[in-house]
Design a protein around this ligand. Structure first.
Ligand code: SAM
Length: 248
């Protein structure tokens, strides 16, 4: 590649920078060379669950001080992390899986760092929503990621507000609520094509496609285990016309 910058040069870390590093969501081979390089270079790593991340680091033979940083200690831990960054330390931020701050801790620290003019650099990699979207077979040119639907409070409004959305919708869901969410998708959105991606990048990866009741029926035939992304077709003109004629 004539003229391309030396990748190792580009991967060098800069003192006083917060590196937001994506890690695999199952298959450890999905870690990037740059993520490994950065994890080795930073002074220390702020991790959502230090025990979980220690296993990842051990697998890649990386020895680095780990500090816990999660939803319940973020306000207490952020000032100390910012002080270290302002003192010129290089800090890596990782979560249990995928990209920090995507339905994971990170946003609060990133925003505070930027307020204090600390450079923030993403070391991109895996996030569960993108592979789920691309294999869903649903339109990818416009989509809306909605994270986890609220478990109770605000759930009805959440789905009602999305019923008129024409972009493809993406939700994260736990195994305990995936059937309930599929039932609500049918209830609030009507007949739509849905894809449920289970255990992406792992041994039992599977993608179930159909309407929400069809996918729920497939899921009910097995033990509902693992991690799920639900992708839902957006509303289109034909559906709106049918709805209008049903109502009128
Ligand atoms: N930060 C992560 C990311 O970048 O995708 C998401 C973390 S969030 C706490 C965890 C949720 O992501 C799971 O409940 C599931 O909805 C989704 N997820 C994570 N790994 C997955 C996988 N291997 N297969 C399917 N969904 C997954």
């Amino acid at each position: 590649m004539a003229g391309a910058a030396n990748p190792t040069e580009l991967s060098k870390t800069t003192p006083g920078t917060l590196y937001v590093i994506s890690t695999p969501i199952g298959n450890l081979d999905d870690i990037t060379l740059r993520a490994l390089h950065t994890l080795k270079e930073v002074d220390f790593i702020a991790a959502e669950d230090t025990r979980h991340s220690q296993k990842l680091l051990r697998h890649f033979q990386i020895q680095k001080p780990l500090f816990s940083y999660h939803e319940h200690n973020k306000e207490q831990k952020t000032p100390g992390l910012i002080r270290q960054l302002l003192d010129g330390k290089c800090v890596g931020l990782i979560s249990d899986a995928g990209t920090p701050s995507i339905s994971d801790p990170g946003f609060y620290l990133i925003r505070e760092a930027l307020h204090r003019d600390v450079p923030v650099v993403a070391v991109p990699g895996v996030t569960a929503l993108i592979p789920a979207l691309v294999v869903s077979g649903l339109p990818v040119h416009r989509f809306a990621f909605e994270g986890f639907p609220p478990a109770k409070k605000g759930r009805k409004t959440f789905f009602e507000n999305l019923a008129g959305e024409s972009r493809t919708l993406i939700f994260y869901e736990s195994p305990y609520r995936v059937l309930k969410t599929l039932a609500d998708i049918q209830h609030y959105f009507g007949d739509r094509q849905v894809a449920v991606a289970r255990e992406l990048t792992k041994k039992f990866e599977e993608i179930l496609r159909g309407t929400a009741p069809e996918v729920a029926a497939q899921l009910e035939q097995r033990a509902i285990k693992g991690e799920f992304v639900i992708v839902v077709e957006g509303v289109n003109k034909k559906m709106l016309k049918e709805k209008a004629s049903d109502e009128g």
